[in-house]
Structure formats: structure tokens, C-alpha cells
Design a binder for this molecule. Structure first.
Ligand code: DCS
Length: 481
């Protein structure tokens, strides 16, 4: 009998090749342990509400009213909801044709795309065209749509940072394209070196790969760095010279924990550069409601903006978006609210400001406590989390630990993270899930546990780590490096 179409050996090889470590072996083991009754601290996913972050009040009020529009006719509505939330709910309902239960245009509701364009204009100081903004179910779907538009086969290459967020490696594998890695420099705060980019492109081209796109993640996941303006200029010049479309993953643009390098969008830098680059370099920028002080991961709201993309291509992207009919409509409303929050003078402004700044300031403190905590551990070095939601310490594993991992049939950092999980309940993602230089090991944690819990979490990490290092220490010291 030949195998059936969905027997394992018949499954699309690209599906088998695609890997996504954020919900990989470690996560599965953590879920098992949780079922057995062990207390697990899930720091593997940047999922703020799952770790106790409270939703901002105003957007939930507006979306609640949009979901239950009959409340708007209730005489008590004004007692339960502030008048600006009621007004905003009416505004969004008027943009839909049939409320939240109806499909919208496949690109998203025109009125919300306009609000996004106005946000981009306020942020960058350059006009943005709502026709070139598409709303998506989270940034992930946008990234997948765009990679799908670029990749036609194994000869199509995408430059991706290493370490990277595995949405990119997994999607490239799924689409049968080629990932072209460029390495970020850990000793330079995970900076991006143009010489390294040139080396990487030259090598890929010598192997017959047509390098078409470059991905940047700014602020970085898992690495937490914020790109300087000078760095973004170099990247855009590089894309111009090498004829690459730049995919700017800017989902963490609200998550900034230092003042030296505020977030600057690739779009703004491109426009600042003027012609010819501002008219020539193709750029797609991604954003989401999942991150920042919103953290509304479960709502699945996102957008991408296209710059210098010809209308025929925009139409093709529209056609592909149409196959999925419509992005989530309630998520579109979250996006509208995120880009157009209450303003000073609005009834809900003070509460919105207090809540959002409270979250941001706490994340800033948590970034500091976690970095300092990791750096106080034996054989652990960690760059400061300048932005995003993660700490990515390097773990200098002794040779004996590497050998023990081999014997257990595990990659060394997976071995370390599994032991950490079993000993402490802390669920992390091994650095190998994001890519790292040969022979160097990391783990990623989020900085999201509630602030009061972090000292205890770092305390139990330190105890585990220092005992691990003692147990496996080499004859001549702790580290083989
Ligand atoms: N881009 C980056 C860099 C991300 O880190 C994520 C999510 C996304 C895009 C997609 O987010 P949404 O689809 O929700 O908009 N980050 C995952 C992570 O590393 N942990 O949690 C989710």
C-alpha cells in the first residue's frame, strides 16, 4: 500500500523543515510539568497579559461597546462607560458595514487605515498613504504575506539577522526560500556591521542565490538592541546599492528602556535621506498591538506599510489578502485605538496615561534588574535590554556540560534550559532556537514576570546556574573559553 497523503512520509517536506523554538521542546516539556502540578514561570513567549499585565481600560471599553452595540442604547451606558469611549465606539461602528460580525475590506477598514497613516505622519513627519497600509491579523500574518510575495523558490534569498525571531526562518523554510544569515556582534551590543552584511551577500551570491530582501528587527528580538540612526542609514544605503527590499520589523517600537537611542523608524530615516534613496528603496514596515504597553497579543491586530512599491505589486498583495477575506475586525479597532489613543483634555486621557506609563516604567526597571541579575551569575554575560521584551544572556558552558549534553542526545543549550526548567520551573528558549555563532550558547527569557516576582525568579536562576557550573566545572576552572 502506498502511504496515504497525510501519512508522515507524505507531508510537505517544507513543513517538516520549518522550526519554531518559541513553542518548541522546552515549551512542550513545561506544559507537561504544569499538567503534573509543577508551578511554571512561562518566560518563553512575549505574552504580557499571560504573565499578569492588565489591559489598558479605554480600548477595552470601546471594543466592549462595539461587541455589544445594544449597550449603546441602554440608559445606564453613561454610568458604566465614559462619554469618549461611547463616542469612539460609535465612530468605529460607523466605519463598518454591519458591525464586528461582518467581514471588512481585505486590506482592513479604510477609516482605520487612515488613522494609521495619520499616526505615521505624526511619528515621522512625512505623509503616509492609507492605500499603502494593510491591516493584518498580528504582524505575523503580514510578514508571511510579504515573504510569500517575494519568495518563488530556493534561489530566492532573504537576509536575516542571527540571532533572529524564528517567524522568519520558519516562514522562509515553509515557502522553500533560502535564509541568508548575517551575524549580529554580541560584543558590540548586538550591533550590525555592514562589512558582515557584504560578506554574507557575496557568499550567498557565489552560491547562486538571488538575494532579494533584508530583514531588520528594531528593537531586536531576542537581542534587545536599538539601532542607531547612523546604523539605519547604513542599512538603507546598503539596500539601495544591493537592490534589496528592506523588511523593517518594528513591532517593539514602544518598548524602549534607555534614552540614548530613541526609536527611529526606517521610513523616517529613508525619507530624511532624500532622493534618490527616498524614491528608490523599497521598504515594508510592520507593527502590532501585541507589544508595547498594549500587549494585546490575543487580539491579533497588526499592519504593514509599503513604501516605493509599484501599484501592480500592491494589487497582487491585495489579491492575496483577499483570499483570506478579511482581517479580524475587532483587532482592527484595537489598532485604530493604539495609533489614536485618548489625547490630553479627553475624559479618559489621565487614566490612559497613568496606565500606559506605569507599564512602560515598570518594564524599564525590569530590564535593568534582569540584566544585572544575569551578570551576577557564574559564566553568564548579558547585554542590557535596550528595547523589546527579552533578555538574551550568553551562558559559557564548561566542556564537561557540553559532553554531558551530547551523551543525553541534546544540543548543549537545550540541555541547560531543560535542567533549569526541571529545577526551577522557569521556562526559557535555548539560544539555538534563534541561531547563534558556532560554539556559543544563550538562552532567552522575557522580562515580563510581574516586577515584584523578578528578584525571587533571578534568585532561583542564580542558585541553579551556579550549582550547574560547579557540577560541570572543568578541571582548570569554570569555563572552556
Ligand atoms: N515580529 C517580532 C520581532 C516578534 O517578536 C513577534 C512576536 C512578531 C513579529 C509577531 O507578533 P504578532 O503576530 O503577535 O503581531 N514575538 C513572539 C515572541 O518571540 N515571543 O512572543 C511572540
Amino acid at each position: 500500500m502506498p502511504p496515504k497523503p497525510l501519512d508522515y512520509e507524505s507531508v510537505n517536506e517544507n513543513v517538516k523543515k520549518a522550526q519554531y523554538a518559541v513553542r518548541g521542546e522546552l515549551y512542550l516539556r513545561a506544559s507537561e510539568l504544569q499538567k503534573e502540578g509543577k508551578k511554571i514561570i512561562f518566560t518563553n513567549v512575549g505574552n504580557p497579559h499571560a504573565l499578569g499585565q492588565k489591559p489598558l481600560t479605554f480600548p477595552r471599553q470601546v471594543v466592549a461597546l462595539c461587541q455589544a452595540p445594544f449597550l449603546l442604547d441602554d440608559p445606564n451606558a453613561g454610568l458604566l462607560f465614559p462619554s469618549d469611549a461611547i463616542a469612539r465606539a460609535k465612530h468605529y461602528l460607523s466605519l463598518t458595514s454591519g458591525g464586528l460580525g461582518a467581514y471588512s475590506d481585505s486590506r482592513g477598514l479604510p477609516g482605520i487605515r487612515k488613522e494609521v497613516a495619520e499616526f505615521i505622519y505624526r511619528r515621522d513627519g512625512y505623509p503616509s498613504d492609507p492605500e499603502l497600509i494593510y491591516l493584518t491579523d498580528g504582524a505575523s500574518k503580514g510578514v508571511m504575506q510579504i515573504l510569500n510575495t517575494i519568495i518563488g523558490g530556493p534561489e530566492d534569498g532573504i537576509l536575516v539577522p542571527v540571532p533572529q525571531y524564528p517567524l522568519y526562518s520558519a516562514t522562509i523554510a515553509l515557502l522553500g526560500g533560502s535564509l541568508v544569515p548575517y551575524y549580529l556582534e554580541e560584543t558590540e551590543h548586538w550591533g550590525l556591521d555592514i562589512t558582515e552584511l557584504r560578506r554574507s551577500v557575496a557568499q550567498a551570491r557565489s552560491q547562486g542565490i538571488n538575494v532579494k530582501a533584508m530583514v531588520i528587527i528594531n528593537p531586536g528580538n531576542p537581542t534587545g538592541q536599538c539601532l542607531s540612526e547612523a546604523n539605519v542609514i547604513d542599512i538603507l544605503r546598503f539596500c539601495y546599492e544591493e537592490n534589496l527590499v528592506l523588511l523593517g520589523d518594528e513591532v517593539y517600537q514602544q518598548n524602549i528602556y534607555q534614552d540614548e537611542r530613541p526609536f527611529i523608524s526606517a521610513k523616517k530615516v529613508l525619507m530624511d535621506l532624500g532622493q534618490p534613496l527616498s524614491k528608490e528603496v523599497q521598504l515594508i514596515s510592520f507593527h502590532t498591538v501585541s507589544k508595547g504597553y498594549w500587549g494585546e497579543c490575543g487580539q491579533r491586530g497588526g499592519y504593514f506599510e509599503m513604501t516605493n512599491i509599484p501599484p501592480e505589486t500592491v494589487d497582487e498583495i491585495y489579491k492575496i489578502a483577499s483570499i483570506a477575506l478579511s482581517p479580524n475586525v475587532s483587532a482592527q479597532i484595537f489598532m485604530g485605538l493604539m495609533v489614536n489613543p485618548p489625547k490630553p483634555g479627553d475624559i479618559s486621557y489621565d487614566q490612559y496615561f497613568r496606565e500606559s506609563q506605569g507599564i512602560l516604567q515598570s518594564l524599564r526597571r525590569r530590564a535593568r534588574i534582569m540584566t544585572d541579575g544575569f551578570n551576577s551569575c557564574k559564566n553568564v554575560v548579558c547585554n542590557f535590554t535596550e528595547g523589546a521584551m527579552y533578555s538574551f544572556p550568553q551562558i559559557k558552558l564548561p566542556q564537561r556540560a557540553i559532553e554531558a549534553a551530547k551523551q543525553a542526545g541534546k544540543v548543549p543549550d537545550v540541555f541547560y534550559c531543560l535542567k533549569l526548567l526541571e529545577a526551577t520551573g522557569i521556562s526559557t528558549v535555548p539560544g539555538s532556537g534563534f541561531g547563534q555563532k558556532e560554539g556559543v550558547f544563550h538562552l532567552r527569557t522575557t522580562i515580563l514576570p510581574v516586577e515584584e516576582d523578578i528578584p525571587a525568579i533571578m534568585g532561583s536562576f542564580k542558585k541553579f546556574n551556579d550549582e550547574f557550573m560547579e557540577q560541570y566545572k572543568d578541571q582548570r576552572g569554570y569555563s572552556r573559553i
